[in-house]
Structure formats: C-alpha cells, structure tokens
Write a protein that binds this ligand. Sequence first.
Ligand code: COI
Length: 358
Amino acid sequence: MRITIQQASPAQCQTKPADESKLVFGCSFSDHMFLMDFRSGQGWHDARVVPYQNLCLNPAAMVLHYGQGIFEGMKAYRTKDNHIHLYRPRKNFERMNRSAQRLCMPTMDVEDQLTILETLLRSDHEWIPKTRGSSLYIRPTMIASEPHIGVRPAKEYIYFIITGPVGAYYAEGFNPISIYVSDEFVRAVRGGVGEAKTMGNYAASLYAAEVAKHKGFTQVLWLDGVERRFIEEVGTMNIFFRTNDELLTPPLTGSILPGITRDSVITLAKHWGLNVQERPIDIQECIASIQSGAMLEIFGSGTAAVISPVGSISYKDTIYTVQDGGVGELSRKLHDEITGIQYGEKEDVFGWVHEVRI
Ligand code: COI
C-alpha cells in the first residue's frame, strides 16, 4: 500500500494541551490525519497522511442523509521506556469490517489498516502523552461521501483517522459512576444495528442520556428493546456484575457492541479461575442481588472507559447502591492488569500488545 505524507507546516500544527494530567476526553486533535477514498469499481485509493483539516463534503453526501457511517475507538500508549503500544488493534479492524458489512460499506484489509495507523502514528508520535493514565485516542471512521439522494448503499466513501491526547473518559476518573436504567427508551433491537459501531446507535442514545444527566446520573443502562427487562450495555461501555459466585455479563445476541475490553475482561477473569457467565440478566434479578448483598460489584468496560466502577443504579425512581458505593476489588484488579499490559508494565500473557516501531 502506497501512502503519501504531507507534513503539517508550523501554521497548520494544532495547539497541544499544556497539562497532560488535565486532558479532557475528545477536545484536542493531533497535527495530522489519515485520508483515503473509495469508489465502486476502483476500490480504495489515494491513501494519504495530511495536516489535520476540515473535510470537504457535498451536502448530498449520503452519510448526511441516511447515516452510512461507522467508526472505531482505539488508543496508543507510551511506556515508561518510550515504546509505543497499541492494544489488540486487529480486533478493532476486524470489527470495523463487520460494521462495514452490516451497513453495506466496503471492507479493508486488516493488515493494511494496521499499516495505515502505524504510518499516521509515526507522523504524530510526539502527541502520544507521557503521563501514565493518558493516551492518544484513535478514531478510525468511514463515511458515505457519494452525492446522491435515492436510498441505496453509496458508491463512494471516505476513510479517515483522527487522533488526540486523552485522559479519563468520565469526569469521575476511576471513581464509581452512577447509572440510570432507561425503561422508556431503547438503544437497539435484535436484528438491528446494535452490534455494529455505527453513528446512529450513538445518536439514538443521546435523548435518554440527557434525561439521565438531568437527573444527576452519568450514563444510561440500556434494557432489551422488546421486553425492556434484560440488561444490555451502557452505550459507551459493556457491563459486568460480580456476585458471590459468578462474574456475569449479557451475551452477544446482536444488539450489544462486542467490546474488545469486554473480551479481555472475560479472558482474564477465566484465566484467574472465576466462573464467568455470559447469560441474560433480568433487571429484577440485578436489583434483588443488590438488595440482598449478593451483588459485590458492578463495572463497565470499554476502550475509552477502560474499567469503570458503578457505584449505584437508578431503576424506576429508586437508587440502589452497590455494596458501599466504592471501587470493587475485581474492578481494581482488572483495571490494573489491563492498563498494566497496555503500558508494558505487566506480562502480556495473551499477546495483546502490538508495538509500533517509530
Ligand atoms: C470507545 O470506547 O472507544 C468508544 O468508541 C465509546 C465512546 C467514546 C463513543
């Protein structure tokens, strides 16, 4: 794959946040971005690293009308001895291809996607923060760019990657968040696009998220779209429940994002000998478990969120505090293990780290 590189001039360079320990998620962007075009019959072409810039889109671009848009979330980590790590990057690119297939968009060779990302990171490696706990967030995105107003899959697409330094996703950092169970709105239904990382899923989540925020909660816990009874995910992360004898998480039945951190949690927990069950979890079962004291901890998992402890759940106007509302033992162990592997401090037993040679 041939990738051209246009270096950003000093005037085109972005302003770096002054204090790496105070990075707000998703607010600043690095000097360069990757761009590539697709046309039906021609395939992917014009792979290029360019200065970070606005996109030029025809107002009839199909993504703007019919939502053919997908993305991924990844991070690059700088280790203490200055190595650059990606975490299970092929899993993101494989998921990107599954999302593309579901949305009738073109796929891309996984190794090519990795080469592209490595090339971009070589241009912007100085943007990868040095402070432990911060990283360079990576957002590979594909949109339908063909100007056309009839409803059908587009014949032209743009693939781009932007990156930017980030700290914790939630303002709470690693402190427990409170989540609000939505029994009015739903995020996705089986057979829909819930398992694809498509933009519309996030748009569909905004209204309920605003309702939750107004009520003082950080995030929404979604229930299944039919019975509004079985727990699905948190929209920005998958969800786990630790009881006396099990680590539970909802199964991947098509309406939940198949998280890469979710998979890491399951793999690590099994490796540590825990009884991990992927099975439907009734919200009433969850509440009963919290009330009886059997629920030891609840936490979310995601690339942006890493491991995020949940201190309380609000369901039908009652707030249920999980144990004492503090950080659970397994949440902390998983957080330390996963970030330890990502920052090259813990043994990478499963070969999850991909080092980028700068
Ligand atoms: C991620 O965890 O990277 C995500 O894409 C979730 C969210 C920030 C939209």
